[in-house]
Design a protein around this ligand. Sequence first.
Ligand code: NDP
Length: 292
Amino acid sequence: MTAQLIDGKLIAQQVRDEVAAIVAKRTAAGKMKPTLATVLVGDRPDSAAYVASKGKACQELGMGSISEHLPADAAQEQVESLVRRLNADPTVSGILVQLPMPSHIDEERVLSLINIEKDVDGFSPLNIGRLAQKGREPLFVPCTPYGCIYLLEKSGVKIEGANAVVLGRSNIVGMPAALLLIGKNATVTVCHSRTKDIAGVVRQADILIAAIGKTEMVRGDWIKPGAAVIDVGINSVPDVTKKSGHRLVGDVNFNEAKEVAGFITPVPGGVGPMTIAMLMKNTLHAAEIQDR
Ligand code: NDP
């Protein structure tokens, strides 16, 4: 293996420890306890598990958590009035609406209602708009791309001037990751399902962020020698050697890419743990904004 492994689990733990230390100081000083309110609509088991792990992280870091659950047939107005109530609640620092919501709910309308000062997921149009504008700062950066950039910076990868390629243009990962890289003075190419010769584009990348959800699509011979590879993909493949019958792999063929890249994140244990760590950091930041 030539690549240096970027240990997301370790770096995420460091972020969590830093957040917990600041939270403890705040609490001792009698300041508001940073508190995350999660909104879950419906009964998707994966969404319920994500929401539960976010609540657990809050507890572990000494923060508060409120979990709101509406039934799958909840009306748009019910979801909207819940968000309005959480906006007005001074004990709530951050609001996270778990996506996807049932198809009859207009997600964009719900997200756009979240008070920008409580938008710890960073998905409200106002935060994304600020991220996209030169000279403006978002109050919150979406957690997964924030984690990707944090991993690069912690690993000493130079972003300024680098050729960066982002695979995927979703609102949640690809697009904000590209905007963050531009903000840090990388030259950015975004690839998506209609891009021609993706392998050829990826071969130019000093930094690659792969977020497409396609099992090990990026092969070792696509990687520029020495490149930094951040693999966001989470794909489940059958594996009879595992008790669960499956294992998780990324969008990058790790075994091939690690022989060529300069830096690489594993799956699992790379970007995954960073997402919740950055959510905790954002929730603390929300409480700090509300102190003012
Ligand atoms: P989406 O499905 O929303 O977006 C996928 C993107 O990939 C789209 O822009 C799509 O293009 C593009 N794409 C799909 N197939 C191809 C292809 N064959 N070639 C090129 N581009 C393609 O996914 P997300 O952004 O939500 O998630 C991406 C991956 O990251 C998933 O595996 C997901 O599980 C994982 N993830 C991991 C997180 C973590 O914490 N580690 C958090 C969030 C996501 P187009 O726009 O043209 O359709």
